[in-house]
Design a protein around this ligand. Sequence first.
Ligand code: PEP
Ligand code: MG
Length: 572
Amino acid sequence: MTQFLKGIGASAGIVISRAYRLKEPELNVDKNSIEMVDEEILRLDGAIEQSASELEKIKVHAEKELGGDKAAIFAAHLLILNDPELVNSIKDKIKGEKVNAEFALKEVSTMFVSMFETMDNAYMKERAADIRDVTKRILSHLLGVTIVSPSMITEEAIVIAEDLTPSDTAQLNKKYVKGFATDIGGRTSHSAIMARSLEIPAVVGTRTVTTKVEHGSIIIIDGIEGDVIIDPTEEMVQQYEEKKAAYEAQKVEWAKLIHEPTVSSDDYHVELAANIGTPEDIDSVSENGAEGVGLYRTEFLYMGKSDLPSEDEQFEAYKKVLEGMEDKPVVVRTLDIGGDKELSYLDLPEELNPFLGFRAIRFCLENEDVFRPQLRALLRASVYGNLKIMFPMIATLEEFRQAKAILLDEKELLKADDIPVSEDIEIGMMVEIPSTAVAAKQFAKEVDFFSIGTNDLIQYTMAADRMNEKVSYLYQPYHPAILSLVNQVIEAAHGEGKWVGMCGEMAGNPIAIPILLGLGLDEFSMSATSILPARTQIRNLSKKELHAYKNQLLAMGTVEEVVAFIKEKINI
Ligand code: PEP
Ligand code: MG
Protein backbone atom coordinates (compact mmCIF):
# COMPACT_ATOMS: atom_id res chain seq x y z
CA MET A 1 0.00 0.00 0.00
CA THR A 2 1.18 3.48 -0.83
CA GLN A 3 2.35 5.58 2.10
CA PHE A 4 3.19 9.29 2.31
CA LEU A 5 5.75 10.85 4.61
CA LYS A 6 6.36 14.51 5.21
CA GLY A 7 9.87 15.74 5.93
CA ILE A 8 12.02 18.76 5.18
CA GLY A 9 13.01 19.35 1.57
CA ALA A 10 16.79 19.56 1.94
CA SER A 11 17.77 19.54 -1.71
CA ALA A 12 15.34 20.27 -4.54
CA GLY A 13 14.52 17.79 -7.29
CA ILE A 14 12.53 14.62 -7.80
CA VAL A 15 13.74 11.05 -8.07
CA ILE A 16 12.01 7.68 -8.39
CA SER A 17 14.07 4.59 -7.66
CA ARG A 18 14.60 1.57 -5.41
CA ALA A 19 15.34 2.06 -1.74
CA TYR A 20 18.69 1.06 -0.32
CA ARG A 21 18.46 0.71 3.46
CA LEU A 22 21.72 1.82 4.97
CA LYS A 23 21.71 0.17 8.36
CA GLU A 24 23.61 1.42 11.33
CA PRO A 25 26.13 -1.23 12.35
CA GLU A 26 25.61 -2.93 15.70
CA LEU A 27 28.07 -1.25 17.95
CA ASN A 28 27.05 -2.64 21.32
CA VAL A 29 29.21 -1.58 24.18
CA ASP A 30 29.51 -3.53 27.44
CA LYS A 31 31.13 -2.27 30.56
CA ASN A 32 34.07 -4.46 31.56
CA SER A 33 36.60 -4.10 34.33
CA ILE A 34 40.16 -4.28 33.16
CA GLU A 35 43.48 -4.80 34.89
CA MET A 36 45.97 -3.90 32.16
CA VAL A 37 45.36 -0.19 31.92
CA ASP A 38 48.33 0.49 29.65
CA GLU A 39 47.25 -2.17 27.16
CA GLU A 40 43.77 -0.74 27.08
CA ILE A 41 45.15 2.71 26.33
CA LEU A 42 47.27 1.20 23.56
CA ARG A 43 44.13 -0.39 22.10
CA LEU A 44 42.45 3.01 22.13
CA ASP A 45 45.47 4.66 20.51
CA GLY A 46 45.50 1.93 17.84
CA ALA A 47 41.81 2.47 17.04
CA ILE A 48 42.34 6.23 16.87
CA GLU A 49 45.26 5.72 14.50
CA GLN A 50 43.24 3.41 12.23
CA SER A 51 40.39 5.92 12.25
CA ALA A 52 42.78 8.71 11.34
CA SER A 53 44.18 6.89 8.33
CA GLU A 54 40.65 5.99 7.22
CA LEU A 55 39.59 9.62 7.56
CA GLU A 56 42.62 10.79 5.57
CA LYS A 57 41.51 8.51 2.73
CA ILE A 58 37.93 9.76 2.86
CA LYS A 59 39.19 13.34 2.92
CA VAL A 60 41.21 12.80 -0.26
CA HIS A 61 38.20 11.17 -1.92
CA ALA A 62 35.94 14.03 -0.83
CA GLU A 63 38.41 16.63 -2.07
CA LYS A 64 38.29 15.02 -5.49
CA GLU A 65 34.54 14.48 -5.65
CA LEU A 66 33.15 17.37 -3.66
CA GLY A 67 35.84 20.01 -3.52
CA GLY A 68 38.06 21.33 -0.75
CA ASP A 69 35.35 23.18 1.13
CA LYS A 70 33.23 20.13 1.74
CA ALA A 71 36.26 17.98 2.50
CA ALA A 72 37.03 20.41 5.33
CA ILE A 73 34.58 18.46 7.47
CA PHE A 74 37.03 15.59 7.54
CA ALA A 75 39.84 17.87 8.56
CA ALA A 76 37.53 18.86 11.41
CA HIS A 77 36.98 15.16 12.22
CA LEU A 78 40.70 14.62 12.31
CA LEU A 79 40.93 17.51 14.76
CA ILE A 80 38.28 15.94 16.98
CA LEU A 81 40.21 12.70 16.82
CA ASN A 82 43.28 14.49 18.11
CA ASP A 83 41.47 16.76 20.53
CA PRO A 84 43.33 16.32 23.82
CA GLU A 85 40.25 17.30 25.81
CA LEU A 86 38.31 14.40 24.34
CA VAL A 87 41.11 11.83 24.13
CA ASN A 88 42.52 12.59 27.59
CA SER A 89 39.09 12.41 29.17
CA ILE A 90 38.69 8.92 27.72
CA LYS A 91 42.13 7.87 28.93
CA ASP A 92 41.47 9.33 32.38
CA LYS A 93 38.31 7.31 32.57
CA ILE A 94 40.12 4.10 31.59
CA LYS A 95 42.80 4.77 34.20
CA GLY A 96 40.58 6.09 36.93
CA GLU A 97 37.72 3.61 36.69
CA LYS A 98 39.65 0.66 35.22
CA VAL A 99 37.07 0.19 32.48
CA ASN A 100 37.41 -0.97 28.89
CA ALA A 101 38.20 1.54 26.14
CA GLU A 102 34.84 1.07 24.38
CA PHE A 103 32.90 1.94 27.50
CA ALA A 104 35.09 4.93 28.36
CA LEU A 105 34.83 6.24 24.80
CA LYS A 106 31.06 5.88 24.74
CA GLU A 107 30.56 7.57 28.12
CA VAL A 108 32.84 10.52 27.39
CA SER A 109 31.52 11.13 23.90
CA THR A 110 27.91 10.91 25.11
CA MET A 111 28.74 13.63 27.60
CA PHE A 112 30.25 15.87 24.90
CA VAL A 113 27.43 15.17 22.47
CA SER A 114 24.71 16.03 24.95
CA MET A 115 26.57 19.16 25.94
CA PHE A 116 26.55 20.37 22.31
CA GLU A 117 23.03 19.16 21.65
CA THR A 118 21.45 21.10 24.48
CA MET A 119 22.76 24.31 22.99
CA ASP A 120 19.89 26.12 21.38
CA ASN A 121 21.76 26.65 18.19
CA ALA A 122 21.74 24.76 14.91
CA TYR A 123 25.46 25.15 14.29
CA MET A 124 26.47 23.70 17.66
CA LYS A 125 24.02 20.86 17.23
CA GLU A 126 25.86 19.94 14.06
CA ARG A 127 29.11 19.71 16.06
CA ALA A 128 27.38 17.03 18.14
CA ALA A 129 26.80 15.08 14.92
CA ASP A 130 30.52 15.31 14.13
CA ILE A 131 31.52 13.91 17.52
CA ARG A 132 29.00 11.09 17.10
CA ASP A 133 30.44 10.29 13.69
CA VAL A 134 34.01 10.20 14.97
CA THR A 135 33.03 8.09 18.00
CA LYS A 136 31.32 5.55 15.75
CA ARG A 137 34.45 5.23 13.68
CA ILE A 138 36.77 4.66 16.65
CA LEU A 139 34.27 2.24 18.16
CA SER A 140 34.05 0.18 14.99
CA HIS A 141 37.82 -0.30 15.10
CA LEU A 142 37.80 -1.21 18.76
CA LEU A 143 35.05 -3.77 18.16
CA GLY A 144 36.38 -4.99 14.82
CA VAL A 145 33.07 -4.20 13.09
CA THR A 146 33.00 -2.98 9.50
CA ILE A 147 30.89 0.12 8.94
CA VAL A 148 28.75 -0.39 5.85
CA SER A 149 29.39 2.63 3.73
CA PRO A 150 27.47 4.14 0.82
CA SER A 151 30.53 3.56 -1.36
CA MET A 152 29.46 -0.10 -1.43
CA ILE A 153 26.34 0.78 -3.42
CA THR A 154 26.83 -0.20 -7.05
CA GLU A 155 23.38 0.13 -8.54
CA GLU A 156 21.00 3.07 -8.84
CA ALA A 157 19.25 3.64 -5.56
CA ILE A 158 17.78 6.07 -3.06
CA VAL A 159 19.55 5.78 0.27
CA ILE A 160 17.34 5.46 3.33
CA ALA A 161 19.02 5.98 6.68
CA GLU A 162 18.39 7.26 10.17
CA ASP A 163 20.90 9.98 9.46
CA LEU A 164 23.76 10.30 7.05
CA THR A 165 26.98 11.19 8.71
CA PRO A 166 29.28 13.60 6.89
CA SER A 167 31.55 10.68 6.05
CA ASP A 168 28.58 8.76 4.60
CA THR A 169 27.64 11.66 2.35
CA ALA A 170 31.24 12.17 1.26
CA GLN A 171 31.28 8.62 -0.02
CA LEU A 172 28.05 8.92 -1.99
CA ASN A 173 28.68 8.19 -5.62
CA LYS A 174 26.31 10.29 -7.70
CA LYS A 175 26.40 7.68 -10.42
CA TYR A 176 24.47 5.28 -8.22
CA VAL A 177 22.99 7.28 -5.37
CA LYS A 178 20.15 9.27 -6.87
CA GLY A 179 18.74 10.76 -3.69
CA PHE A 180 18.23 10.10 -0.02
CA ALA A 181 15.77 10.35 2.83
CA THR A 182 16.55 10.31 6.52
CA ASP A 183 14.75 10.15 9.85
CA ILE A 184 16.58 13.07 11.39
CA GLY A 185 18.23 16.32 10.30
CA GLY A 186 17.21 19.82 9.28
CA ARG A 187 17.92 22.20 6.40
CA THR A 188 21.25 23.19 7.91
CA SER A 189 22.44 19.68 8.79
CA HIS A 190 25.57 18.42 7.09
CA SER A 191 23.69 15.85 5.08
CA ALA A 192 21.38 18.54 3.71
CA ILE A 193 24.29 20.80 2.80
CA MET A 194 26.08 17.92 1.08
CA ALA A 195 22.95 16.97 -0.84
CA ARG A 196 22.66 20.49 -2.18
CA SER A 197 26.27 20.56 -3.23
CA LEU A 198 25.94 17.15 -4.92
CA GLU A 199 22.66 18.39 -6.39
CA ILE A 200 20.79 15.22 -5.57
CA PRO A 201 17.21 15.39 -4.25
CA ALA A 202 16.94 14.80 -0.52
CA VAL A 203 14.34 14.86 2.22
CA VAL A 204 15.51 14.90 5.82
CA GLY A 205 13.76 14.86 9.17
CA THR A 206 10.96 12.44 8.19
CA ARG A 207 11.19 10.86 11.65
CA THR A 208 10.07 7.43 10.47
CA VAL A 209 11.33 6.70 6.97
CA THR A 210 13.59 3.87 8.15
CA THR A 211 10.70 2.07 9.80
CA LYS A 212 8.37 2.49 6.82
CA VAL A 213 10.59 1.65 3.86
CA GLU A 214 11.65 -1.88 2.97
CA HIS A 215 14.98 -2.43 1.29
CA GLY A 216 14.40 -2.71 -2.46
CA SER A 217 10.94 -1.15 -2.59
CA ILE A 218 10.11 1.64 -5.02
CA ILE A 219 9.99 5.14 -3.57
CA ILE A 220 9.69 8.72 -4.76
CA ILE A 221 11.65 11.57 -3.19
CA ASP A 222 10.27 15.04 -3.78
CA GLY A 223 12.94 17.36 -2.43
CA ILE A 224 10.97 20.43 -3.53
CA GLU A 225 8.04 19.74 -1.24
CA GLY A 226 9.82 17.54 1.30
CA ASP A 227 7.67 14.48 0.45
CA VAL A 228 8.51 10.79 0.41
CA ILE A 229 6.08 8.43 -1.33
CA ILE A 230 6.55 4.76 -0.53
CA ASP A 231 5.28 2.08 -2.95
CA PRO A 232 3.59 4.56 -5.30
CA THR A 233 0.90 3.47 -7.76
CA GLU A 234 1.60 3.49 -11.51
CA GLU A 235 -0.44 6.66 -11.77
CA MET A 236 1.64 8.44 -9.12
CA VAL A 237 4.87 7.40 -10.79
CA GLN A 238 3.54 8.87 -14.02
CA GLN A 239 2.49 12.07 -12.27
CA TYR A 240 5.91 12.48 -10.61
CA GLU A 241 7.75 11.71 -13.84
CA GLU A 242 5.91 14.69 -15.31
CA LYS A 243 6.67 16.88 -12.30
CA LYS A 244 10.31 15.87 -12.55
CA ALA A 245 10.47 16.72 -16.25
CA ALA A 246 8.86 20.09 -15.58
CA TYR A 247 11.34 20.81 -12.78
CA GLU A 248 14.31 19.83 -14.93
CA ALA A 249 13.04 22.06 -17.73
CA GLN A 250 12.58 24.90 -15.28
CA LYS A 251 16.14 24.45 -14.02
CA VAL A 252 17.45 24.77 -17.56
CA GLU A 253 15.47 27.99 -17.91
CA TRP A 254 16.76 29.32 -14.59
CA ALA A 255 20.35 28.50 -15.50
CA LYS A 256 20.10 30.69 -18.58
CA LEU A 257 19.75 33.68 -16.28
CA ILE A 258 22.92 33.09 -14.25
CA HIS A 259 24.81 35.91 -15.90
CA GLU A 260 21.80 38.11 -16.59
CA PRO A 261 20.97 41.20 -14.55
CA THR A 262 17.77 41.24 -12.53
CA VAL A 263 15.46 43.56 -14.43
CA SER A 264 11.70 43.77 -14.33
CA SER A 265 9.65 43.61 -17.52
CA ASP A 266 9.69 47.44 -17.57
CA ASP A 267 13.48 47.59 -17.25
CA TYR A 268 13.84 48.44 -13.59
CA HIS A 269 16.98 46.95 -12.07
CA VAL A 270 17.18 45.47 -8.59
CA GLU A 271 20.06 43.60 -7.04
CA LEU A 272 19.68 39.96 -6.06
CA ALA A 273 22.21 39.02 -3.41
CA ALA A 274 22.87 35.97 -1.29
CA ASN A 275 23.00 35.39 2.46
CA ILE A 276 26.08 33.49 3.58
CA GLY A 277 27.42 32.10 6.84
CA THR A 278 30.94 31.00 5.90
CA PRO A 279 33.46 31.82 3.16
CA GLU A 280 32.83 28.34 1.70
CA ASP A 281 29.30 29.42 0.81
CA ILE A 282 30.51 31.71 -1.97
CA ASP A 283 30.83 28.81 -4.43
CA SER A 284 27.10 28.36 -4.47
CA VAL A 285 26.64 32.15 -4.49
CA SER A 286 28.40 32.38 -7.85
CA GLU A 287 26.87 29.17 -9.20
CA ASN A 288 23.45 30.66 -8.56
CA GLY A 289 24.24 33.96 -10.23
CA ALA A 290 24.04 36.27 -7.21
CA GLU A 291 24.94 39.90 -7.87
CA GLY A 292 26.51 40.22 -4.47
CA VAL A 293 26.43 39.10 -0.86
CA GLY A 294 23.68 40.94 0.99
CA LEU A 295 24.35 39.44 4.39
CA TYR A 296 27.45 37.70 5.67
CA ARG A 297 26.54 36.43 9.14
CA THR A 298 29.98 36.61 10.74
CA GLU A 299 28.98 34.97 14.00
CA PHE A 300 29.72 31.52 12.54
CA LEU A 301 33.40 32.46 12.68
CA TYR A 302 33.00 32.74 16.44
CA MET A 303 30.99 29.57 16.97
CA GLY A 304 32.09 25.97 17.43
CA LYS A 305 35.38 27.02 18.92
CA SER A 306 36.88 27.27 22.36
CA ASP A 307 38.07 30.83 21.98
CA LEU A 308 37.56 34.03 20.00
CA PRO A 309 38.85 33.93 16.42
CA SER A 310 42.01 35.99 16.03
CA GLU A 311 42.11 39.16 13.95
CA ASP A 312 44.21 37.37 11.33
CA GLU A 313 41.85 34.42 11.14
CA GLN A 314 38.99 36.82 10.54
CA PHE A 315 40.98 38.83 8.02
CA GLU A 316 41.60 35.66 5.98
CA ALA A 317 37.90 34.78 6.00
CA TYR A 318 36.77 38.25 4.93
CA LYS A 319 39.48 38.49 2.28
CA LYS A 320 38.43 35.13 0.85
CA VAL A 321 34.83 36.29 0.50
CA LEU A 322 35.76 39.68 -0.97
CA GLU A 323 38.20 38.20 -3.48
CA GLY A 324 35.80 35.39 -4.35
CA MET A 325 33.07 37.91 -5.12
CA GLU A 326 35.33 39.80 -7.52
CA ASP A 327 34.32 43.38 -6.74
CA LYS A 328 30.65 42.61 -6.42
CA PRO A 329 29.18 44.18 -3.26
CA VAL A 330 29.64 42.22 -0.04
CA VAL A 331 27.68 43.37 3.01
CA VAL A 332 29.31 42.06 6.15
CA ARG A 333 27.36 42.21 9.37
CA THR A 334 29.41 42.64 12.51
CA LEU A 335 29.06 40.11 15.29
CA ASP A 336 25.43 39.34 16.14
CA ILE A 337 25.78 37.15 19.18
CA GLY A 338 23.18 36.54 21.85
CA GLY A 339 19.52 35.66 21.38
CA ASP A 340 19.64 32.10 20.07
CA LYS A 341 23.36 32.33 19.28
CA GLU A 342 25.52 31.67 22.31
CA LEU A 343 29.27 31.68 22.73
CA SER A 344 30.17 29.38 25.59
CA TYR A 345 33.68 30.80 26.05
CA LEU A 346 32.41 34.32 26.68
CA ASP A 347 30.57 33.09 29.74
CA LEU A 348 27.74 35.61 29.51
CA PRO A 349 25.18 35.49 32.29
CA GLU A 350 21.87 33.76 31.56
CA GLU A 351 19.08 36.16 30.76
CA LEU A 352 15.36 35.90 31.21
CA ASN A 353 14.68 37.29 27.73
CA PRO A 354 17.77 36.67 25.61
CA PHE A 355 16.12 38.06 22.46
CA LEU A 356 15.54 41.33 24.29
CA GLY A 357 18.83 41.19 26.08
CA PHE A 358 22.49 41.94 25.92
CA ARG A 359 23.21 40.94 22.34
CA ALA A 360 24.72 42.00 19.03
CA ILE A 361 25.75 45.66 18.93
CA ARG A 362 24.83 46.07 22.62
CA PHE A 363 27.44 43.46 23.50
CA CYS A 364 30.02 44.78 21.03
CA LEU A 365 29.84 48.37 22.25
CA GLU A 366 30.54 47.19 25.79
CA ASN A 367 33.24 44.77 24.72
CA GLU A 368 35.52 46.73 22.47
CA ASP A 369 38.23 44.11 22.95
CA VAL A 370 35.98 41.79 20.92
CA PHE A 371 34.56 44.42 18.57
CA ARG A 372 37.73 46.24 17.53
CA PRO A 373 39.66 43.19 16.22
CA GLN A 374 36.69 42.34 13.99
CA LEU A 375 36.57 45.88 12.63
CA ARG A 376 40.32 45.89 12.06
CA ALA A 377 40.12 42.58 10.21
CA LEU A 378 37.32 43.97 8.04
CA LEU A 379 39.15 47.21 7.31
CA ARG A 380 42.34 45.36 6.38
CA ALA A 381 40.35 43.08 4.07
CA SER A 382 38.50 46.02 2.49
CA VAL A 383 41.15 46.54 -0.19
CA TYR A 384 40.39 43.11 -1.67
CA GLY A 385 36.90 43.88 -2.93
CA ASN A 386 33.73 45.91 -2.54
CA LEU A 387 33.07 45.87 1.20
CA LYS A 388 30.08 47.32 3.00
CA ILE A 389 29.76 47.01 6.76
CA MET A 390 26.55 46.98 8.77
CA PHE A 391 25.72 46.82 12.44
CA PRO A 392 23.05 44.48 13.80
CA MET A 393 20.28 45.25 16.29
CA ILE A 394 20.67 49.01 16.26
CA ALA A 395 17.92 50.58 18.38
CA THR A 396 19.15 54.14 18.82
CA LEU A 397 21.03 56.69 16.81
CA GLU A 398 23.64 56.91 19.58
CA GLU A 399 24.44 53.22 19.10
CA PHE A 400 24.93 53.68 15.38
CA ARG A 401 27.10 56.76 15.92
CA GLN A 402 29.18 55.01 18.56
CA ALA A 403 29.73 51.91 16.41
CA LYS A 404 30.63 54.04 13.41
CA ALA A 405 33.03 56.15 15.49
CA ILE A 406 34.89 53.04 16.68
CA LEU A 407 35.10 51.83 13.09
CA LEU A 408 36.49 55.15 11.89
CA ASP A 409 38.89 55.26 14.82
CA GLU A 410 40.28 51.83 13.85
CA LYS A 411 40.57 53.03 10.28
CA GLU A 412 42.70 56.00 11.35
CA LEU A 413 44.88 53.75 13.52
CA LEU A 414 45.50 51.40 10.60
CA LYS A 415 46.30 54.26 8.26
CA ALA A 416 48.73 55.67 10.81
CA ASP A 417 50.49 52.31 10.64
CA ASP A 418 50.56 52.49 6.84
CA ILE A 419 48.16 49.61 6.47
CA PRO A 420 46.03 50.14 3.35
CA VAL A 421 42.29 50.56 3.85
CA SER A 422 39.64 51.20 1.20
CA GLU A 423 38.16 54.70 1.17
CA ASP A 424 34.87 53.52 -0.32
CA ILE A 425 33.42 51.40 2.46
CA GLU A 426 29.72 52.09 2.94
CA ILE A 427 28.56 51.93 6.55
CA GLY A 428 24.98 50.88 7.17
CA MET A 429 22.74 49.19 9.66
CA MET A 430 20.18 46.47 9.98
CA VAL A 431 16.62 47.62 10.49
CA GLU A 432 15.25 44.87 12.68
CA ILE A 433 14.05 46.73 15.74
CA PRO A 434 10.78 48.62 15.23
CA SER A 435 12.19 51.79 16.80
CA THR A 436 14.54 52.21 13.85
CA ALA A 437 11.84 51.54 11.27
CA VAL A 438 9.53 54.08 12.88
CA ALA A 439 12.30 56.69 13.09
CA ALA A 440 13.87 55.67 9.78
CA LYS A 441 13.93 59.29 8.58
CA GLN A 442 16.35 60.31 11.30
CA PHE A 443 18.56 57.26 10.75
CA ALA A 444 18.52 57.68 6.98
CA LYS A 445 20.41 60.96 7.30
CA GLU A 446 23.40 59.23 8.88
CA VAL A 447 23.66 55.78 7.30
CA ASP A 448 24.87 54.85 3.83
CA PHE A 449 22.26 52.10 3.55
CA PHE A 450 19.68 50.05 5.41
CA SER A 451 19.17 46.29 5.33
CA ILE A 452 15.81 45.21 6.70
CA GLY A 453 16.04 42.09 8.86
CA THR A 454 12.48 40.88 8.77
CA ASN A 455 13.15 37.76 10.84
CA ASP A 456 13.66 39.96 13.87
CA LEU A 457 11.58 42.94 12.75
CA ILE A 458 8.52 40.69 12.58
CA GLN A 459 9.24 39.01 15.92
CA TYR A 460 9.61 42.36 17.68
CA THR A 461 6.69 44.07 15.95
CA MET A 462 4.33 41.17 16.60
CA ALA A 463 5.79 40.38 20.05
CA ALA A 464 6.16 36.74 18.97
CA ASP A 465 9.32 34.82 19.84
CA ARG A 466 10.75 33.46 16.56
CA MET A 467 11.86 30.27 18.33
CA ASN A 468 8.45 29.48 19.81
CA GLU A 469 6.35 27.23 17.57
CA LYS A 470 3.22 28.03 19.54
CA VAL A 471 3.25 31.61 18.31
CA SER A 472 4.71 30.99 14.87
CA TYR A 473 1.33 31.89 13.32
CA LEU A 474 2.22 35.47 14.22
CA TYR A 475 5.17 35.43 11.85
CA GLN A 476 3.20 37.51 9.34
CA PRO A 477 5.32 39.25 6.73
CA TYR A 478 2.19 40.67 5.05
CA HIS A 479 0.67 42.09 8.20
CA PRO A 480 -0.29 45.73 7.52
CA ALA A 481 2.10 46.85 10.27
CA ILE A 482 5.05 45.11 8.66
CA LEU A 483 4.27 46.35 5.16
CA SER A 484 3.86 49.83 6.51
CA LEU A 485 7.18 49.71 8.38
CA VAL A 486 8.99 48.36 5.32
CA ASN A 487 7.46 51.08 3.19
CA GLN A 488 8.42 53.75 5.71
CA VAL A 489 12.04 52.58 5.73
CA ILE A 490 12.24 52.58 1.93
CA GLU A 491 10.68 56.04 1.65
CA ALA A 492 12.94 57.47 4.34
CA ALA A 493 16.08 56.05 2.72
CA HIS A 494 15.13 57.16 -0.77
CA GLY A 495 14.32 60.60 0.57
CA GLU A 496 17.98 60.87 1.57
CA GLY A 497 19.28 59.22 -1.58
CA LYS A 498 20.27 56.01 0.24
CA TRP A 499 19.61 52.43 -0.83
CA VAL A 500 17.63 49.77 1.04
CA GLY A 501 18.05 46.01 1.05
CA MET A 502 16.26 43.22 2.82
CA CYS A 503 18.07 40.18 4.15
CA GLY A 504 15.38 38.46 6.23
CA GLU A 505 13.60 35.37 4.90
CA MET A 506 10.82 37.55 3.51
CA ALA A 507 13.08 38.82 0.69
CA GLY A 508 13.09 35.46 -1.11
CA ASN A 509 9.38 34.78 -0.79
CA PRO A 510 7.48 34.69 -4.12
CA ILE A 511 4.48 36.53 -2.63
CA ALA A 512 6.65 39.16 -0.95
CA ILE A 513 8.85 39.80 -3.99
CA PRO A 514 6.17 41.61 -6.07
CA ILE A 515 5.11 43.68 -3.05
CA LEU A 516 8.70 44.69 -2.27
CA LEU A 517 9.41 45.47 -5.90
CA GLY A 518 6.36 47.74 -5.95
CA LEU A 519 7.49 49.45 -2.74
CA GLY A 520 10.85 50.19 -4.35
CA LEU A 521 13.23 47.85 -2.48
CA ASP A 522 16.68 48.10 -4.09
CA GLU A 523 18.35 44.88 -2.98
CA PHE A 524 16.91 41.47 -2.12
CA SER A 525 19.19 39.11 -0.21
CA MET A 526 18.23 35.45 0.19
CA SER A 527 19.56 31.90 0.27
CA ALA A 528 21.61 31.22 -2.87
CA THR A 529 19.24 28.62 -4.30
CA SER A 530 16.33 31.09 -4.27
CA ILE A 531 18.13 33.59 -6.51
CA LEU A 532 17.43 32.18 -9.96
CA PRO A 533 13.75 31.50 -9.26
CA ALA A 534 13.49 35.08 -7.91
CA ARG A 535 15.24 36.50 -10.98
CA THR A 536 12.88 34.56 -13.24
CA GLN A 537 9.92 35.94 -11.34
CA ILE A 538 11.12 39.56 -11.34
CA ARG A 539 11.78 39.51 -15.08
CA ASN A 540 8.08 38.83 -15.54
CA LEU A 541 6.87 41.56 -13.21
CA SER A 542 6.20 45.19 -14.01
CA LYS A 543 7.56 47.50 -11.35
CA LYS A 544 5.31 50.36 -12.50
CA GLU A 545 2.18 48.26 -12.30
CA LEU A 546 3.09 46.94 -8.85
CA HIS A 547 3.94 50.42 -7.65
CA ALA A 548 0.49 51.56 -8.69
CA TYR A 549 -1.03 49.06 -6.21
CA LYS A 550 1.02 50.42 -3.33
CA ASN A 551 -1.61 52.52 -1.53
CA GLN A 552 -4.27 49.89 -2.03
CA LEU A 553 -1.98 47.22 -0.54
CA LEU A 554 -0.91 49.34 2.40
CA ALA A 555 -4.55 50.05 3.26
CA MET A 556 -5.50 46.38 3.51
CA GLY A 557 -6.47 45.04 6.92
CA THR A 558 -5.49 41.39 6.82
CA VAL A 559 -2.82 39.09 5.49
CA GLU A 560 -5.43 37.07 3.58
CA GLU A 561 -6.49 40.13 1.63
CA VAL A 562 -2.91 40.98 0.74
CA VAL A 563 -2.07 37.44 -0.37
CA ALA A 564 -5.27 37.05 -2.41
CA PHE A 565 -4.70 40.42 -4.09
CA ILE A 566 -1.11 39.62 -5.06
CA LYS A 567 -1.97 36.12 -6.26
CA GLU A 568 -4.67 37.53 -8.48
CA LYS A 569 -2.52 40.31 -9.87
CA ILE A 570 0.50 38.22 -10.67
CA ASN A 571 -1.26 34.98 -11.46
CA ILE A 572 0.17 32.49 -8.98
C1 PEP B 1 16.91 39.12 10.46
O1 PEP B 1 16.72 39.35 11.66
O2 PEP B 1 16.04 39.21 9.58
C2 PEP B 1 18.25 38.70 9.99
C3 PEP B 1 18.52 38.61 8.71
O3 PEP B 1 19.16 38.37 10.93
P1 PEP B 1 19.20 36.96 11.72
O4 PEP B 1 18.22 36.04 11.05
O5 PEP B 1 20.61 36.51 11.63
O6 PEP B 1 18.78 37.40 13.09
MG1 MG C 1 18.35 39.53 13.07
